[in-house]
Write a protein of this length. Structure first.
Length: 250
């Protein structure tokens, strides 16, 4: 397993920085494709300007079965990115329990900062495999330990409805990356399901205290914005690498 992990880490370190159209790494029976982007690509050098961030990941098993379950996803955001939550309404995750995506958006409408989709493959013993999908909503959550949080909400029919309202801590950090967001993926369908797709578009502009603000913003300090991802799987496998995207100074 150590040799497998070393191979996967070396491969992802090369591949995730190599392509502008989605990055792919294969190890064992798993194929992972990940991508990230932001707009606009023309930004100030020193001041921060509003952006919209998009990220996606696809997972599949080479043999066509259920891929090994993703247990944790950590995303680190470039030092030239910034998060603003001052004056933005906060959503209590307890209000989203048992809610459909439409009901969740209505309950915490003022807290919405992003939307997306997710899919999972489910295969219980003796039953044919099937795919369940859901719309995702990302909300500004209640602060935790002095740090902001986000909530990602969705509802899968497996075939019973399973509602997820996952709190994502967003930790401000020193060094090359400014923020780390950690998503712990709960068991799906009693452990018989595995996430196969997730995407999200994050961005919200609002006014507070007479000023225009943006949930996410960035500057083009060195010509590149990068995102670092760490994928941890139920079998102990690990994929770790970064995606870089160029920016232009305006």
């Amino acid at each position: 397993m150590k040799r497998l992990l070393s191979t996967a880490l070396a491969a992802v370190g090369l591949l995730l920085a190599a392509s502008a159209h989605g990055e792919l790494v294969r190890f064992g029976n798993l194929v992972l494709t990940a991508d990230g982007a932001f707009a606009p690509r023309t930004l100030p050098r020193r001041e921060f300007a509003p952006i919209e961030f998009k990220g996606r990941a696809n997972l599949r098993a080479v043999d066509g079965g259920v891929p090994v379950a993703l247990r944790r996803l950590q995303i680190d955001f470039d030092r030239d990115g910034r998060l603003s939550t001052a004056g933005l309404p906060e959503c209590d995750p307890a209000l989203l329990v048992g809610r459909t995506p439409l009901e969740a958006r209505s309950t915490c409408r003022g807290s919405i900062v992003g939307e997306g989709r997710a899919a999972a493959m489910i295969a219980r013993p003796g039953e044919p495999a099937f795919t369940a999908e859901t719309e995702l909503t990302v909300f500004n959550g209640l602060p935790r330990g002095g740090h902001p949080t986000a909530i990602i909400h969705g509802q899968l029919f497996t075939p019973q409805p399973e509602t997820f309202a996952i709190v994502i801590p967003i930790e401000k950090r020193p060094g090359e990356y400014r923020y780390r967001a950690t998503l712990d993926v709960p068991p799906i369908a009693g452990g018989f399901g595995s996430l196969t797709h997730i995407d999200a578009t994050i961005g919200r502009r609002y006014r507070f205290d007479g000023r225009r603000r943006s949930y996410v913003s960035a500057r083009c300090g060195d010509g590149v914005l990068q995102t670092h991802g760490r994928f941890e799987f139920a079998d102990g496998s690990l994929v770790d690498g970064s995606v870089q995207r160029g920016c232009t100074v305006r």
